[in-house]
Design a protein around this ligand. Structure first.
Ligand code: NAP
Ligand code: GDD
Length: 323
């Protein structure tokens, strides 16, 4: 039975990746942080399901290098997926050093722990389209980085650390440069879920207004459930490499609002209020990925359309609020 270790297992992607690896017969180990309220809601169904006995959670933190060494020595994973991060771009302006430590240095802590304990394990780093920042679209593997936030800067560090361990130590280390991906499991302070939760609340008569920031930003939004398949495929590839994963289609925040509200029979313009509080010190205006390398070499194409993604998220939030 192959053994995988996932950091950030309690997050959106960690939960979808756990689903996938358990379905493929893996023994899955996940690292969770100590929090005052347990943040394992996304894993509850899996843990109580038939494959739940193959999922083990361990306390750990990317800020605790010796703990990582101890865990890797104990688990001896075949594959390591580093999904843990302070992943919110706007919050990274409030917590720049913390974000640099977890999202940037955390990568090298994990890589170094792996080099010392299980150097033949395959390693996936959750790199991000935020590294491209203000580079003109479409962005691909050869596009120079120009990050626009402490988060983006930290991800560039993690990207190059991953390349460096591949080149320096001949380790099987890879970067998935993923464009935005969402789902009903998305945290509520990212714009898509913030919108779909508000649509559900407004449709249920529990809210009237939704305050948002920049409506003109364009993002290449895909479905998280599709994207985790690529993480796994990258580690099954014959050589370690870096891949852009995207849909090749970009939409504005305004378009997301239009579709989400219309799906619930609402007019977005009657409810959305622009609030400068949500503007960022430096914005990423336009992300649009060119994933032709992944399509060519990994045989991958996203299954879910933008419209399906938006309506799936609205439906899930409406079902939740309406019981
Ligand atoms: P997410 O929902 O915010 O999950 C982040 C995970 O990291 C959570 O499990 C969190 O634990 C954990 N974590 C945070 N700080 C940690 C620390 N110091 N030590 C150990 N674990 C820690 O993010 P996501 O959307 O699933 O994204 C997964 C990864 O892909 C992240 O690295 C993100 O930056 C990257 N990424 C995401 C996207 C996207 O559009 N979703 C695109 C490109 C790249 P708690 O539950 O305790 O907070
Ligand atoms: N969060 C948020 N809240 N964003 C808003 C709001 C709001 O009220 N109003 C407008 N926006 C705009 C942001 O300014 C940004 O341009 C866009 O909506 C998307 O914001 P987020 O959903 O917060 O995502 P992100 O693109 O900054 O970052 C996500 O994608 C990255 C990949 O490109 C995160 O998942 C990162 O972890 C990921 O790396």
């Amino acid at each position: 039975m192959p053994v995988a270790l996932i950091t950030g297992v309690s997050g959106q992607d960690g939960s979808y990746l756990s689903d996938l690896l358990l379905a493929k017969g893996y023994e899955v180990h996940g690292i969770v942080r100590r929090t005052s309220l347990l943040s394992r809601a996304r894993l509850e169904n899996l843990r109580s399901g038939p494959a739940g006995e193959r999922l083990t959670l361990h306390y750990g933190d990317l800020d605790e290098p010796l703990g990582l060494v101890r865990l890797l020595e104990q688990i001896q994973p075949d594959e390591v997926y580093n999904l843990a991060a302070q992943s919110h771009v706007q919050i990274s302006f409030e917590l720049p050093e913390f974000t640099g430590s977890v999202t940037g240095l955390g990568v090298i802590r994990l890589l170094e722990a792996l080099r010392l304990t299980k150097p033949d394990a395959k390693f996936y780093q959750a790199s991000s389209s935020e590294m491209f920042g203000s580079a003109p679209p479409p962005q691909h593997e050869g596009t120079p980085f120009h990050p626009r936030s402490p988060y983006g800067v930290a991800k560039v560090y993690g990207f190059w650390a991953t390349v460096n361990y591949r080149e320096g130590y001949d380790m099987f280390t890879t970067n998935g440069i993923l464009f935005n991906h969402e789902s009903p499991r998305r945290a509520e302070n990212f714009v898509t879920r913030k919108i779909t939760k508000a649509v559900a609340a407004i449709a249920a008569g529990k809210q009237t207004e939704l305050r948002l920031g920049n409506l003109d930003a364009k993002r290449d939004w895909g479905f998280a459930g599709d994207y985790v398949e690529l993480m796994w495929k990258m580690l099954q590839h014959h050589t370690p490499d870096d891949f852009v994963i995207a849909t090749g289609e970009a939409h504005t925040v305004r378009e997301f609002c239009e579709i989400a509200f219309a799906h619930a029979g609402l007019d977005w313009e009657k409810h959305v209020v622009v609030d400068p509080k949500f503007f960022r010190p430096a914005e990423v205006d336009y992300l649009l990925g060119d994933a032709s390398k992944a399509e060519r070499e990994l045989g991958w194409k996203p299954a879910t359309t933008f419209h399906q993604l938006v309506t799936m998220m609205v439906d899930a939030d409406r079902a939740e609020i309406e019981g």
